[in-house]
Design a protein around this ligand. Structure first.
Ligand SMILES: *Cc1c(COP(=O)(O)O)cnc(C)c1O
Length: 362
């Protein structure tokens, strides 16, 4: 079987040059005499790997010096818990924009720790759009406003960041980090699971303003869940996810070689709008997300019924276009077109949609 165009939301397609580099290094990493998987995380070659990964990420995201970069485990989902525990006192007010399933999960975890208030809840519009947020809607004593930068399941995104007044912004960028430019200084904290646009599962990247790091936390908070401990130990308080960090480092280098995040954002916009332009005039396929909130990373669409949806997914799979079935909670289809998805893959999907529609007309 040839390599497919994999439209999975995550774990997702990786750039081929990254896989090939990993393959070359797999058995014997240059100068180490063993693989990255067998190396001590305290060894010189490994320190170089993690340092280079961090430096490259700092360059491509333009991360200011007053921010720490942490390489953690537990997925983006563990951040739902770590964020309130590290940035808010127990019982303190925190604010959440509930714009999708992951946003809701973050809010639920926030409620375990503090007075987590949903500033908006997109449930009434089936999460097809991002409700407007203005400073007067946010409790101004909140420790932060948590937003989900890109709603992976529904295919919506913040095309402009909300004005929060004096409340710091915390953002889940799992499905859009490195796919789109962000001004890191707008946020107190950014986090993302690596398996969508930065590499493989097992690594979560947290970018946090250093002045939010403190030892003065509730004693019940476990050592492993304290940002300050992780920052003070260079993400190596314990064994880090060594191989996942190495893979992310390769992806960061690839992003740089491709012209950086800005160049990829332009490419991603072209890919997404090739699909949206077709969806907007199709008689069979219908876009899900509100036009102003469309994601360039996850394009969601529906067909008139389940039978046609299944037939289309089957036809696409037959052409080597896989994982376009929508999330089980939304149905329909979803094409996740992260950085590693080339324009050719999108063109093939587009052709498949056109052929499917033409076939129905015959
Ligand atoms: C995938 C995803 C998550 C969950 O990530 P895990 O690493 O599986 O915990 C959280 N938020 C968003 C926006 C996601 O896309």
């Amino acid at each position: 079987m040839d390599r497919v165009y994999n439209f999975s939301a995550g774990p997702s397609q990786l750039p081929l040059p990254v896989l090939e580099q990993a393959q070359r290094d797999l058995v014997n990493y240059p100068g180490a005499g063993c693989s990255v998987m067998e190396m001590s995380h305290r060894s010189k070659p490994y320190q170089a790997i993690i340092d280079t990964a961090e430096k490259t990420l700092r360059r491509i995201m333009n991360i200011p010096d007053d921010y720490a970069v942490l390489f953690l485990q537990g997925g983006a989902s563990l951040q739902f818990s770590m964020i309130p525990m590290n940035l808010a006192r127990q019982g303190q007010t925190t604010a959440y924009a509930v714009t999708g399933q992951f946003a809701k999960k973050a809010w639920e975890e926030g409620k375990r720790w503090g007075n987590a208030v949903a500033v908006v809840n997109g449930k009434d519009t089936n999460f097809a759009r991002i409700p407007e947020i203005t400073p007067d809607m946010i409790p101004q004593d909140a420790a932060y406003l948590h937003i989900t930068g890109n709603n992976t399941i529904f295919g919506t995104t913040y095309n402009t960041l909300p004005d929060t007044g004096n409340v710091p912004l915390v953002c889940d960028l799992s499905s859009t980090i490195l796919g789109k430019e962000f001004d890191v200084s707008r946020f107190d904290l950014i986090y993302a699971g690596a398996q969508k646009n930065m590499g493989i599962a097992g690594l979560t990247v947290v970018i946090v303003k250093k002045d939010r790091l403190t030892d003065d936390l509730d004693p019940v908070i476990p050592t492993m869940l304290r940002y300050k401990v992780m920052a003070d130990n260079g993400s190596m308080y314990n064994t880090p996810p060594c191989f996942a960090i190495y893979m992310a480092g390769l992806v960061f280098q690839w992003v740089e070689q491709e012209g950086g995040v800005k160049a990829l954002e332009e490419r991603n916009t072209k890919k997404a709008y090739a699909l949206y332009d077709y969806l907007d005039q199709s008689q069979v396929f219908h876009p899900v997300a509100d036009p102003k909130d469309r994601s360039i990373m996850n394009v969601t669409f529906t067909l008139p019924d389940d039978e046609q949806t299944a037939a289309f997914i089957k036809m696409a799979a037959g052409r080597g276009l896989t994982n376009i079935k929508g999330h089980r909670s939304v149905g329909g289809c979803r094409a996740s077109i992260y950085n590693a998805m080339p324009m050719e893959g999108v063109q093939k999907l587009l052709q498949c949609m056109k052929d499917f529609e033409a076939g129905l007309r015959e």
